[in-house]
Ligand binder design. Sequence first.
Ligand code: GLN
Length: 189
Amino acid sequence: MREHRRALEAVGADTAPVRTGADLAAVDGIVIPGGESTTMSRLLGVFDLFEPLRDALAAGLPAYGSCAGMIMLASEVLDTRPDARCLGTIDMTVRRNAFGRQVDSFETDLEMAGIDGAPVRAVFIRAPWVERVGEGVEVLARVPDDAGESAGTVVAVQQGVTLATSFHPEVTGDLRIHRRFVEMVRRDM
Ligand code: GLN
């Protein structure tokens, strides 16, 4: 969360942590960070935030999820706990810890639609990948062809005002994805 807030502030956004329904009602967009999606699912229930968040997203609150955040935004999650819930904001099937069968964590450069200039340095940490996208979902990035077994895997998507990446741009100092998200939020205000 700290790294995301730092990146968002660096591109001119005001940020605040969201812990309650009142916090949620006060924001124009939300970032769901990395972490542990099954724990997030449980804590959203404990803090009575699951339904309010799901409903705010369904009503069009712009969102960006990285890694575990991507998992939370999915409509279907594979290889998760049976009691874990997801928010269903993006019509996609995501496989949790998908790269873990080959290597837990790795970095690569990839081309991302809507991000001009040099390739994006993508840091994957026990990351999910996207196995299916629905019709309304735009694929923004795939693992490059030279990346072995996982080449071609979808790792960044957008549906409407919701953005998700398997990787963690907040740890690289490259602000382009956060800038793009903040522009999306501003256009939507
Ligand atoms: N493997 C984690 C999960 O299932 C995600 C890891 C991350 O966010 N870096 O939620």
